[in-house]
Design a protein around this ligand. Structure first.
Ligand code: CAO
Length: 425
């Protein structure tokens, strides 16, 4: 079976998490992703959070599947020649260097466009144009500056960052969509273009419902937020809403059987209006179906704490899986709080290829998240990440067509060697 992006070649200048998320997805869709890394060092994550000595970290392996690796010193004159050849023979350059790095390397957009007018140049930066455009940015900085942290956590607690990597992986996803859109446009125009996503913008896009609520505040309190029922006045900015549901249907995380010893024995429970009567039956409060204090959603808003306490009395008599099974029968929306251990062992996620076991020559077997986007005519196999520079000669010969003599010249130039340290005086 063919692959959706077969024939697309990516010059992958990405590192850490945001950019590699994007190029890994493109590789899963069948693009030939050539990861260019600094000789001797490589992507810094190869050595970060290492669980086994001298082995590529899970941080690296889980973000760089299905890619090839070439090491190249792009500050070496011969290295610049090789980079120019790569630009000529690739369709997309993806980078998430700090601001200005590509220009300092001697490859600004204008030069790349002149070398290969069809090339799409896709970049992730921390911020778009404005006062912070020169700042380097990491995940949590983006979560804080994109509106996620100020709206995550409890009203009376600190702003919180999330476990989901919405700044890095979220921005990588946005960039991937921009790249395939630009590739599609290129089929009609024949021209490349620049694709840029700022991490702040990507996070704000994911926090869009909170900007919605910011504007609703001008017209009165946010009645679905718990603090409304608690009689606590709203300020002039969207508050943190704890575990309240963001969709206008009140929801909470409730204890389940075993919560005293299991930190994940909880379930998310939504008191969705159309199934209210079924909820009343399940929890054993049939009179609430007609009682004026409970029957209609507006009457319930000021009593949410009391209502959820009663529902929790019921959920604590069930495990989260028992509660899920019962509630699903009645179409009552709910979700058990699944630990990473439970997800790693989940049989349906294994069967769908969302959790995969990968074999690596130096690390051995490990688990990873496979492609969560399923295409019926372009299945994704997860292939292990490359060792540092594993494909250097293969790429020089097969992709760039260099002869034995030219390859030797490149080796002799030092362009494939780690930069020499200058001795301290
Ligand atoms: N050969 C020679 N030099 C190379 C090279 C190669 N193959 N690859 C990279 N380099 C050099 C660059 O040219 C740059 O040198 P100069 O600063 O002298 O121009 C240098 O490596 C450092 O690049 P950098 O600024 O991208 O890396 P950093 O570790 O200082 O910063 C990060 C890391 C992530 C903060 C920064 O890249 C960034 O802000 N990126 C954009 C936002 C982003 O993606 N952040 C998410 C990261 S994941 O949490």
């Amino acid at each position: 079976m063919t692959k959706a992006l077969k024939g697309v070649r990516i010059l992958d200048f990405t590192h850490v998490q945001s950019g590699p998320t994007c190029t890994q997805l493109l590789a899963w869709f069948g693009a030939d992703v050539i990861k260019v890394e600094r000789p001797g060092v490589g992507d810094i994550t190869r050595g970060q959070l290492q669980d086994k000595p001298k082995v590529d970290s899970l941080y690296f392996t889980m973000l760089n599947h299905n890619k090839r690796s070439i090491t190249l010193d792009t500050k070496n004159p011969k290295g610049k020649e090789v980079l120019t050849a790569l630009i000529k023979s690739c369709d997309v350059l993806v980078e998430n260097f700090g601001p200005g790095v590509l220009d300092r390397m001697g490859f600004p957009w204008e030069k790349i466009h002149a070398i290969n007018p069809k090339m799409i140049v896709a970049s992730i930066k921390g911020f778009g144009p404005g006062p912070y455009e020169d700042c380097k940015v990491y995940e949590n900085v983006a979560q804080c500056t994109g509106g996620s942290a100020s709206t995550t956590g409890f009203r009376d607690g600190l702003p919180l960052v999330t476990g989901a990597q919405i700044g890095d992986s979220g921005t990588g996803l946005h960039l991937g969509l921009g790249i395939v859109a630009a590739l599609y446009q290129r089929t009609m125009t024949g021209q490349g273009q620049r694709v840029t996503v700022a991490m702040q913008d990507g996070v704000l896009n994911l926090a869009r419902v909170k900007l919605r609520d910011q504007q609703r505040l001008a017209h009165g309190p946010l009645t679905e937020y718990s603090q409304y029922g608690e009689g606590i006045p709203f300020g002039d900015a969207v508050p943190r809403a704890g575990n309240d549901s963001g969709g206008g249907q009140p929801g909470r995380i409730l204890k389940c059987k075993g919560w005293e010893s299991d930190p994940n024995a909880y379930i998310y429970f939504i008191t969705q209006a159309p199934v209210w009567e079924k909820i009343c039956d399940v929890i054993g409060e049939p009179t609430w179906k007609t009682h004026p204090d409970y029957a209609k959603p507006p009457a319930r808003l000021s009593r949410l704490n009391q209502i959820f306490e009663r529902i929790e009395q019921w959920t604590t008599t069930k495990t989260k899986f028992e509660a899920m099974e019962i509630l699903n029968k009645y179409d009552i929306p709910c979700g058990p709080i699944l630990s990473m251990k439970e997800l790693a062992e989940d049989r349906s996620l294994r069967a769908s290829g969302t959790v995969v076991e990968v074999d690596h020559p130096t690390r051995g077997k490990y688990l990873s998240v496979g492609n969560p986007i399923k295409l019926s005519d372009s299945p994704s196999e997860v292939k292990r990440s490359p060792l540092l520079g594993e494909h250097t000669d293969e790429i020089l010969r097969q992709v760039l067509g260099f002869s034995d003599h030219q390859v030797k010249e490149i080796h002799d130039s030092g362009a494939l060697d780690p930069p020499q340290k200058v001795a301290a005086e």
